[in-house]
Design a binder for this molecule. Sequence first.
Ligand SMILES: [Mg+2]
Length: 184
Amino acid sequence: MRILIDMDGVLADFEGGFVKEFRKRYPQVPLVPAQGRSEFYIIRKYPHLEESVRQILNSEDFFLNLEAVPGSVEAVQEMTRLDGIEVFICSSPLDEYRHSVVEKYMWVENHLGREWIKKIILTKDKTIINADILIDDRPQVDGVVKEPNWEHVLYDQPYNHMITNKRRLTWNNWREVLLPSLAS
Ligand SMILES: [Mg+2]
């Protein structure tokens, strides 16, 4: 079974990194916490702050400094040791790629080790990648292939709770969710 794992909001704490940086730069401006947020794109939640949001996401070291989502690194390392599972990291860089592309590679090397950089797939269109499962926090993963051959399993986040027709997991319960798929 081949599993694709998204980075932002799944392996790397994108939301946490954004909030930390935003607080540092704009301590007076209120932020909508992820808990109460139904919008996936941070920028759409703060249209009046669009330029500030963009500056933070495009700034040097933003991706590099993201913390790992708790349990993510251990889960991925354990998953990859299981017989019959092949793991790849599948992430979409920002259109402003100057920092995000290289920093995603650096992040993987720093948190998972150098051998993992061979497992990175950076693409804006995940639907063209062949796999059995895609673990992704984005509510809807679209692209040129209308029916991708992977099953989208949501990484559970407050902003994807409106999706009710997909399986979901966290790094606490991934074994219970995924291992039955492996057995079948
Ligand atoms: Mg993501």
